[in-house]
Design a protein around this ligand. Structure first.
Ligand code: NI
Length: 177
């Protein structure tokens, strides 16, 4: 296993559409996934998409630590993911990104999504998610289409450096509709 270098905003790999993984069962893919999980946990972060480690393929890893509440999830991968909306309810969620260190913003996201894909054994993944789980898969999926969260910001007053936002907490974020 190895720690991978994380691409930062400005690198072209982060703004291109990543390609389907032709054979999710290859040992090279499993090694990449293992290294991405190690890199995510070391950072630390709760999600990491392959383009963020300079690999333009459609897969991401994520986990939800116990301390974030709402049901912990162990680290896992989704290869060739597809996300569908379940209904139209959206909410503003605070997000950061390992490719944009030190900053965060409130971004409109679907409250609930269904996502499908496969894992490293080629086994199907099909999950209905809400809360932080839904949030992280939408953020990571965006990376596969070359979308970074600042591109989704609708109110730039809710975008800043973590240290300043901690000193001057913005007003509570209302549901976006
Ligand atoms: Ni990110």
């Amino acid at each position: 296993m190895a720690l991978l270098k994380i691409a930062r905003m400005g690198h072209p790999v982060l703004v291109q559409r990543a390609l389907e993984v032709p054979d999710p069962g290859l040992p090279e893919i499993r090694r990449l996934v293992d290294d991405m999980i190690e890199t995510m946990l070391d950072a630390p972060g709760i999600g990491l998409a392959a383009p963020q480690v300079h690999v333009p393929l459609r897969l991401f890893v994520f986990h939800i630590p116990e301390e974030r509440g709402g049901g912990a999830l162990t680290p896992r991968v989704v290869i060739n993911p597809v996300i569908e909306k379940i209904d139209d309810e959206q909410v503003l969620r605070w997000e950061g990104c390992l490719s944009i260190p030190g900053l965060r913003a409130a971004v409109p996201r679907m409250v609930r999504v269904r996502y499908t894909g496969v894992d490293c054994d080629g086994a199907p993944v099909s999950v209905e998610a809400d809360g932080l789980h839904a949030n992280v898969v939408q953020h990571e999926y965006d990376h596969l289409d070359g979308i970074l969260y600042p591109m989704r910001v609708t109110d730039f007053r809710l975008f800043g450096f973590n240290e300043e936002l901690a000193k001057f907490p913005p007003q509570p974020v209302e549901a976006a509709g």
